[in-house]
Write a protein that binds this ligand. Structure first.
Ligand SMILES: Nc1ncnc2c1ncn2[C@@H]1O[C@H](COP(=O)(O)OP(=O)(O)OP(=O)(O)O)[C@@H](O)[C@H]1O
Ligand SMILES: [Mg+2]
Length: 233
């Protein structure tokens, strides 16, 4: 499921409410018919692995940057490398002279590695993949990624999320094709709900947002650019 909407429409808030970082002032959130306040908090949260929009990594080893999300895993190193591969962190692993023991940042270790914004994002995604879950939540998982990295992450998600509930937000609507269902939020309310096809047919909010991005790619006003783009392999 994709959550879509303008800045401040309530997407991240909805995710935080689902995880009970806040409780709603009014209304009820139910999972399998039960008010989420009736589940033990640890049981509720154990089901979710979350990539938060304002993610942070830690001045720990690469391994600990993953295990901090789930310290009960067996075959930790194997699982850590798998998670790093799933989030296409090959460049980070290559840079890391000391493998999973390599420190992140040089704050506490002169041999530590420093990462770019996009690399930080991919490492934080690896942490979300590492944590065992029944539902995966990704809040703007590709906001700092270059076009190839974004493409690769969403390709990975197609296989990683097979048969698993996944909720994600993305302002780049070209990613939203992955979702079976799209919710459009506006001022904290769901104003549209359907498949991409339904919402494009509706010609309401989603279609408007889609059009803004689509127009950029259609290159209608630059016929010369269009012919260059067409000639690319
Ligand atoms: N902790 C908070 N306390 C009070 N208001 C908040 C808090 N966090 C966010 N808000 C407000 O709630 C509204 C919704 O914010 P939210 O972060 O859910 O938006 P969003 O849809 O995720 O936007 P974006 O696309 O920018 O990530 C905004 O008006 C924001 O200022
Ligand atoms: Mg947000």
């Amino acid at each position: 499921m994709a959550l879509v909407g303008l800045n401040g429409s309530g997407k991240s808030t909805l995710i935080k409410l689902l995880l009970r970082l806040y409780d709603p002032d009014s209304g009820v959130i139910r999972i399998n018919g039960t008010d989420i306040r009736e589940y033990r908090l640890s049981d509720l949260r154990a089901n979710f692995s979350v990539y938060f929009q304002d993610m942070r990594n830690y001045c720990f080893s690469l391994r600990d940057n993953l295990t901090i999300a789930d310290n009960g895993r067996e075959n930790v190193d194997e699982a850590a490398v798998a998670a790093l591969n799933d989030s296409h962190c090959g460049d980070i692993l290559r840079k890391a002279g000391n493998g999973l023991d390599t420190s992140l940042t040089r704050f506490f270790d002169p041999d530590g590695i420093e990462l770019s914004g996009g690399q930080h994002q991919k490492l934080a995604l690896a942490r979300a993949f590492f944590r065992r879950h029944t539902a995966l939540i990704l809040d703007e998982p590709s906001s700092n990624l270059d076009p190839r990295a974004e493409h690769e992450i969403f390709q990975s998600l197609q296989t990683l999320t097979q048969g698993k509930m996944t909720i994600f937000t993305s302002h780049r609507l070209s990613n939203v094709f992955l979702a079976d269902r799209i919710l459009v939020l506006e001022k904290g309310k769901i104003v549209e709900d359907g498949t991409q096809e339904d919402l494009l047919k509706n010609k309401q909010r989603y279609a408007e947002l889609f059009r803004y991005q689509q127009e950029k790619y259609l290159l209608r006003k630059e016929p010369e650019l269009k012919s260059h783009a067409n000639s690319l392999d």
